[in-house]
Design a protein around this ligand. Structure first.
Ligand code: GTP
Ligand code: MG
Length: 171
């Protein structure tokens, strides 16, 4: 097997949608009910095995969603190979915020960037306020990968990163 190929991945989205929780689930298989809001950004790495020969290493920048950190985002998405833009399925305004991040990535990031839209907190089904079909339709129109996830229930989290890994240029 070869040494892993490294790719830079950035997470973007409104504060409290669960960016850090998705990363904590992916990297450490843990979840906190009272996670503190990220300050600036956090850096973590994790590998994904696609098959016996192919391992992808993600260098993950988990950005801070609070408005006061917005101007830092270009430092993290510049040169990113992939982006996960997260919204909360119980908060329609967080999907609008996700769309604005996606427009910014489409204008300012690398033209080959792979963008995934993630609708997080599917465990809060009784409070759902964004229908799957609505986000799915938007994602299809914009050529984005799309999955709904729950960092809490560990639903579709490794699938999200594996789906991205499969789209990366592995030669
Ligand atoms: P910033 O760092 O401020 O940008 O927020 P963030 O997007 O990193 O959100 P964070 O991961 O800190 O999660 C915010 C809150 O939502 C925390 O209380 C988490 O426990 C909760 N949370 C995150 N993911 C889920 C989920 O899948 N389900 C539920 N029920 N709660 C979640
Ligand atoms: Mg965070």
């Amino acid at each position: 097997s070869r040494s892993p190929l490294s790719f830079k991945l950035v997470l973007l989205g409104e504060s409290a949608v669960g960016k850090s929780s998705l990363v904590l689930r992916f990297v450490k298989d843990q979840f906190d009910d009272y996670r503190e809001s990220t300050i600036g950004a956090a850096f973590l790495t994790q590998t994904v095995s696609l098959d016996e020969q192919t391992t992808v290493k993600f260098e993950i920048w988990d950005t801070a969603g609070q408005e006061r950190y917005k101007s830092l985002a270009p430092m993290y998405y510049r040169n990113a190979n992939c982006a996960v833009v997260v919204y909360d399925i119980t908060q329609p305004s967080s999907l609008e915020k996700a769309k604005s991040w996606i427009r910014e990535l489409q204008r300012q990031a690398d033209s080959n960037i792979i963008i995934a839209l993630a609708g997080n907190k599917t465990d809060l089904a009784s409070r759902r306020a964004v229908q799957t079909e609505e986000a799915e339709k938007y994602a299809a129109e914009e050529n984005l990968l799309f999955l709904e996830t729950s960092a809490k229930d560990s639903y579709n989290v490794s699938e999200l990163f594996t789906m991205i890994a499969r789209k990366l240029p592995l030669e």
